[in-house]
Ligand binder design. Structure first.
Ligand code: COA
Length: 162
């Protein structure tokens, strides 16, 4: 187990570290996309607009080592919420931090009135760790769209009832 990490709502001063984490844990294309998502979220917050999303960071000795978001799609059923931008910095992986973040986010989602936590992941090899991880955390495969990315890789939805 890692030493205790603290998990807090993300603030705008953490955007650069969060993007760097996504680049390292995933890739630069995802980091570029995450930057747009964070900028949108904090711009809405600044203007008092509810973006129906929230982001949280895990800190170990003040170092940003994990990131996770909750997205509620306005057009979707109000009881469902989606995990987003979930990653642990490579130097901190396999120490139980991801599991701690899932426990934390489940509590947040329940407090916010949701009863189903869903996550979009993929059938390719690079997501095999994520699939093992979600299974270990009690998520079950609930949906699949074949040939979702580049007309090849399937999109998988894992879900957990809260
Ligand atoms: C998925 C991810 C967030 C897991 O974070 P983590 O802090 O390393 O996970 P934990 O240490 O809490 O692992 C919990 C369990 O998940 C499984 N798991 C985690 N990493 C694994 C690995 N590399 N290989 C196989 N199983 C793994 C194990 O069952 C593990 O339990 P154990 O260590 O007791 O065997 C992390 O690997 C990551 O950031 N990956 C890249 C980004 C990503 O794919 N995000 C998900 C997008 S959908």
């Amino acid at each position: 187990m890692a030493g205790a990490v603290t998990i807090n709502p993300m603030n705008s001063s953490e955007i650069a570290d969060a993007i760097d984490l996504i680049a390292r844990a995933m890739n630069q294309a995802e980091a570029d996309w995450a930057k747009k998502a964070f900028n949108y979220y904090f711009a809405c917050e600044h203007k008092g607009i509810d973006s129906t999303r929230n982001y949280y960071v895990a800190l170990s000795n003040n170092k940003l080592c994990g990131l996770v978001g909750l997205h509620q799609f306005r057009w979707g059923p109000p009881e469902n919420v989606w995990l987003s931008w979930f990653a642990v910095h490579p130097d901190y992986q396999r120490k139980g931090i991801g599991a701690q973040m899932i426990n934390y986010i489940q509590v947040q989602a329940e407090k916010q009135g949701y009863n189903k936590l869903l996550v979009e992941t993929y059938g390719s090899e690079e997501f095999s760790v994520a699939r093992s991880f979600y299974a270990k955390q009690g998520f079950t495969p609930t949906g699949k769209i074949e040939r979702y990315i580049d007309d090849k890789v399937a999109m998988l939805v894992y879900g957990k009832r809260l």
